[in-house]
Design a protein around this ligand. Structure first.
Ligand code: HSE
Length: 346
C-alpha cells in the first residue's frame, strides 16, 4: 500500500529527504516493501503544491534547484498551488505530515499547530523540527495517542544517529541517570576549525554554507539548539518533564582563539556540553562550554559529529557517536521514522 506524505517545509532537510526517496525508491520498495509518495509540499518561501495522485520527486527537486520556486512545477489535472500549510495538513490525503520547517525554539510555532492539526485529522507527524518536541511533548504525545496516530522525531537530536530510538529500544529496562553529550554540529565544527587557527566568523560562515547551522545561527552559537535537544532527551529518554526555562544555558560565542590555544597548551579541548542529571530526587540540566581532558571520549569528537553518553544503572555508560547535522543524515532520520511507522514499531 502506498504511504502518502505532505512535506511542510522544503529547505535543506526536506530536499535531502526527497533526494533519498528519488534515489532509493526501488531499494525501499524491493527490500522493505515501502512505497512512499509525496502528495503535497508547502513552503513559506517556495510556494505550495498538492497533487492527490502524487508529485514527481525528481521534477520537484529539479524545479527548486533551477528556480527556487515550487510554483514552476508543471501543471497537471487536479494540481493545486494555493493551499497553505494548515489546509494541506487538514485536507490533503496524506497519511503522514513531514514537519521540516524552521525551528522556533522560543514559541515552537507554527510547527506545534501543524502537529495538532495533523493529529486532529488522523495523520501521523514526523519531524526534524525541534520546537514541538522541546516545547509541547506531553501535550502532543498524549494527543497523538488519543487519536491513534504516531508522533516521531528521531531527526530532532543528532540527525540520523539514533540518539532517541536506540535507548528507547535497546536500553529499555535501565534507569538512565545521566545523559551528557555534544549536541550541536555547528558549534563543534567551529571549535574544531578554530583549533586549526581559523577565526570564529569564518568558521561560522563555513558551517552555514555546509548546511549545519540553523536559519538563525544565534540558536547554535548561544546554545539554544543544544538546549532544545537536552529538553527532548530529558522528556523522551529519561521520563523527566523538564522545560526549557529549567536549563542553564551558555554558548560558545565568547570563546576566543586565545582560549582555544590555551586549552590546547594544557592538553585539553573546549566542547559545548549538554547534560541532564538526576540527583537525589531532582534534575540538573545545563548547556555550557567545558574544557575537557583529551582522555575524555567526548574531547575527541570533531567537526559536525555529535556524541552522547547514556549513564545507565544496569548496562553502565554507553556512548553513541555519529552525525549531528547534515542534509542526507537528517533526511535519513525522517526515512527511518517512516519505516518504523509503516512497520508498527516504536
Ligand atoms: N543546527 C543544528 C546543528 C542542526 O548544528 O547541530 C541539527 O539540529
Amino acid at each position: 500500500m502506498i504511504h502518502k506524505l505532505a512535506l511542510i517545509g522544503f529547505g535543506n532537510v526536506g530536499q535531502g529527504f526527497a533526494e533519498i526517496l528519488r534515489d532509493k525508491a526501488t531499494h525501499l520498495q524491493d527490500n522493505l516493501g515501502l512505497e512512499v509518495q509525496i502528495v503535497a509540499v508547502s513552503d513559506l518561501l517556495k510556494g505550495a503544491l498538492y497533487q492527490p495522485t502524487g508529485l514527481d520527486v525528481a521534477t520537484l527537486l529539479e524545479v527548486v534547484k533551477q528556480t527556487g520556486k515550487l510554483t514552476d512545477y508543471p501543471n497537471s489535472v487536479g494540481l493545486k498551488r494555493d493551499w497553505d500549510s494548515l489546509k494541506t495538513i487538514r485536507e490533503s490525503n496524506a497519511d503522514t505530515i513531514v514537519e521540516v520547517s524552521y525551528t522556533d525554539i522560543n514559541s515552537g510555532q507554527p510547527a506545534i499547530d501543524h502537529c495538532r492539526a495533523a493529529f486532529e485529522h488522523g495523520k501521523n507527524a514526523v519531524m526534524s523540527n525541534k520546537g514541538p518536541v522541546a516545547l509541547a511533548y506531553a501535550e502532543l504525545s498524549a494527543l497523538a495517542k488519543e487519536k491513534g496516530v504516531r508522533f516521531c522525531f528521531e531527526g530532532t537530536v543528532m540527525s540520523g544517529t539514533p540518539a532517541i530510538r536506540m535507548p528507547l529500544m535497546a536500553l529499555v529496562g535501565n534507569d538512565i541517570r545521566e545523559v551528557r553529550g555534544i549536541f550541536n554540529g555547528t558549534t563543534n565544527y567551529i571549535l574544531t576549525e578554530m583549533e586549526s587557527g581559523l577565526d570564529y566568523a569564518t568558521a561560522l560562515q563555513q558551517a552555514q554554507s555546509l548546511g549545519y547551522a540553523e536559519a538563525d545561527p544565534t540558536a547554535d552559537v548561544e546554545g539554544y539548539d543544544a538546549l532544545g535537544k537536552v529538553v527532548i532527551l530529558a522528556n523522551v529518554i529519561m521520563n523527566v518533564p523538564l522545560t526549557k526555562n529549567e536549563v542553564t544555558c551558555l554558548g560558545i560565542s565568547h570563546l576566543t582563539l586565545a582560549d582555544i590555544q590555551q586549552a590546547k597548551s594544557e592538553g585539553k579541548r573546549w566542547k559545548l556540553i549538554g547534560r541532564v542529571k538526576k540527583e537525589s530526587g531532582s534534575v540538573v540540566a545545563t548547556v555550557a562550554p567545558e574544557m575537557l581532558p583529551l582522555t575524555d571520549p567526548l574531547a575527541n569528537v570533531m567537526g559536525a559529529t555529535n556524541a552522547i553518553t547514556y549513564d545507565c544503572d544496569l548496562s553502565g555508560p554507553i556512548t553513541l557517536i555519529g552525525a549531528g547535522a547534515g542534509q542526507t543524515e537528517t533526511g535519513f532520520a525522517i526515512l527511518i521514522d517512516l519505516i518504523n511507522i509503516v512497520r508498527g514499531n516504536v
